[in-house]
Design a protein around this ligand. Structure first.
Ligand code: BEZ
Length: 595
């Protein structure tokens, strides 16, 4: 393969700024179709070229594409100020228009890249730039409020926000220092926050993060907008699916901070996409991975999903090439509409091709919360049952924001949270009195749960606002309680993310908590467990229980809440599980892993 690379080509934006761009071209005059990636992490950085979750640039060039990599405004070689997600729509459109005008480009462009690079794609797509033919966001989101910055239930994704902002502030500061601005001592202050999760996450008020906001004022704006107002609506492609006419290939991980939104943008585009191509051309690929580097092997301390779960076995580059060959090059013979979705099903630890998501044969099934009112800890009397429940009962716990339930694995971003993302054993938190556990009897037959998991709770609180959390857990015969998926609902946002309403202390309310998505077969000998509490920190911020602006509350404001979960025929608190019956689920071949 021979190719040329032009480094630091300057691409003009509408306001006169020019962005630093590398252009890789196959041999010959072209014209070539182009694949554009726009990154805040450095177009020259090895991470863009050696990340197993991203496609191989060399393979793109070898397949006849020009590859175009750009530093977004205010990062690496590009001038300006990095104001996350503020300029990505307009700057992507200007870059696409410039590309289509180049003599070596045939006018057809696809966009690719993970995470933030996916934001750039989603922000461009609703404007329907003429050159754009397809997008391929990996582990990303079309609704940045719902993920990664806050959550579908309105709590702040504290770990993702503070970790990412601090890293971005460090990059901005380093850039400033090279130009003679900023205080070198601040590098140390910021980096020590990342090295010590307690110093990053514990100090209150949350809004008082001047070391970061000095170099990334955007953090202050995020904390100033707890509701899903215009600040968020403007950058959310999910609100404009009907205007998006290009297909998307999306890749996600069951333990990725973005996963709920990766899947929701797929379903929204399938239903409401603005053209037949956009609706039919959606593709979804999900493995048992998290956002952190190294988890693409599917191997974690408390659970290993086997060799087949490695990202290497699914061919990320090949999936991109099939997709772009069809939609950017217009080669229709590679149609695979019968298999839009490829998922790794945990438990049986196998890949499966599916026609769509949610799986068309899903049966949403209620599992009711029951017991004698002492569901506190895994040793309590909480029961999860498909049978109708008799008798009204309530389980009570004290939620003290000074002693929140620590996050253990799950969809945290990385280890700056004090834990590592993924399928962690929850045994340590299940001994806490403020964690209610509802568990089925030992299963005699396999039960497959693949899809969207919802928890409906009838709750009351002594506080004007509080949170309720839920976790779906697979209890293994050896006692490990392996986390599958999780969620949180801030009570003030129970009916609306734009018009919060306080609780009337003591009144019982019905809350629906989005526990995100999973694909897992609970094998015979296992038990299905639901954990309910009021905190999962620092995955989410702590509700201070005051009803005021949470980010403004200080340590002295923190209040203890007496929280209750009611259950019985009149108050049917329940876990709604997406059950799927398949022949291969009935005859599982996976063996229990040794750890
Ligand atoms: C990322 O680009 O990896 C990223 C962006 C926002 C939040 C978390 C991760």
């Amino acid at each position: 393969m021979t190719f040329t690379v032009e480094v630091d080509v300057w691409v003009p934006m509408r306001d006169g700024i020019a962005l630093a761009t590398n252009v890789w071209r196959p041999e010959g005059p072209g014209p070539f179709p182009a694949l554009l990636v726009r990154t805040p992490y450095g177009k020259d950085d090895a991470g863009l070229y050696g990340n197993p979750k991203l496609p191989d640039v060399f393979a793109f060039v070898d397949a006849g594409y020009a590859v175009v990599a750009q530093d977004v405004r205010g990062t690496s070689h590009s001038p300006g100020t990095f104001a996350p997600q503020t300029h990505e729509g307009a700057d992507s459109l200007d870059t696409l228009a410039w590309l289509a005008d180049q003599p070596w480009c045939d006018g057809a462009v696809g966009m690719w890249g993970g995470s933030y690079m996916g934001f750039a794609q989603w922000q461009a797509a609703p404007h329907n730039p003429p050159a754009l033919r397809a997008i391929a966001p990996v582990m990303s989101s079309a609704d940045p409020y719902a993920a990664p910055w806050r959550s579908p239930g309105g709590a702040l994704s504290q770990d993702a926000v503070l970790t990412w902002s601090t890293l971005s502030a460090v990059r901005n500061l380093s850039r400033g220092l090279a130009d003679g601005h900023g205080d070198p001592a601040d590098v140390h202050a910021l980096m020590s926050g990342l090295a010590d999760p307690r110093s990053l996450h514990n100090p209150l008020p949350l809004a008082d993060r001047s070391a970061v906001t000095r170099y990334l004022p955007w953090l202050g704006e995020v904390l100033d907008h707890p509701e899903r107002d215009e600040f968020w609506q403007e950058i959310s492609a999910i609100d404009h699916c009907d205007r998006i006419t290009v297909p998307a290939l999306q890749i996600g991980g069951w333990y990725d901070v973005f996963i709920g939104e990766t899947v929701r943008s797929y379903t929204m585009m399938r239903r409401h996409g603005g053209s037949a191509e956009a609706r039919n051309g959606q593709r979804l690929l999900i493995g048992p991975w998290s956002h952190a580097d190294g988890t693409d092997l599917g191997t974690y301390p408390d659970r290993s999903f086997g060799l087949a779960s490695s990202i290497k076995t699914v061919g990320v580059t090949e999936a991109h090439l099939r997709f772009f060959d069809r939609w950017v090059q217009g080669r229709t013979e590679t149609s695979d509409d019968a298999h839009r979705v490829r998922i790794f099903v945990m438990g049986i630890d196998r890949w499966r091709d599916e026609v769509d998501w949610p799986l068309p044969d899903t049966r949403y099934t209620d599992f009711f919360l029951a017991g004698g009112g002492r569901a506190n800890t895994a040793g309590g009397d909480g029961v999860l049952t498909r049978d109708a429940v008799s008798g009204e009962t309530a389980d009570t716990f004290l939620y003290d924001p000074r002693r929140p339930v620590p996050s253990l694995g799950g969809t945290v971003l990385a280890s700056a949270s004090g834990t590592f993302p993924g399928p962690a054993d929850q045994t340590a938190v299940e001994t806490r009195e403020d964690v209610l556990c509802f568990t089925t009897p030992v299963l005699e037959h396999p039960v497959e749960v693949t899809g969207h998991v919802t928890l409906v709770l009838h709750v009351s609180s002594s506080a004007p606002d509080t949170d309720f959390t839920g976790k779906l857990v697979d209890v293994h015969p050896d006692g490990r309680a392996i986390l599958l998926c999780e969620g949180i609902q801030r009570a003030r946002y129970r009916t609306s993310l734009t018009d919060p309403e306080p609780l009337e202390p003591g009144t019982v309310y019905e809350l629906a908590i989005d526990l995100s998505v999973t694909a897992n077969v609970f094998l015979p000998g296992h038990r299905i467990r639901l954990e309910v509490s009021s905190s999962n920190f620092p995955r989410y911020d702590r509700n201070t229980n005051t009803g005021r602006t949470i980010a403004g509350d200080s340590e002295d404001d923190l209040a203890v809440a007496v929280n209750r979960v009611h259950h019985g025929p009149a108050r049917p608190s329940r876990l709604v599980l997406p059950l799927v019956e398949r022949p291969e689920t009935e005859h599982p071949t996976a063996t229990e892993e040794p750890t």
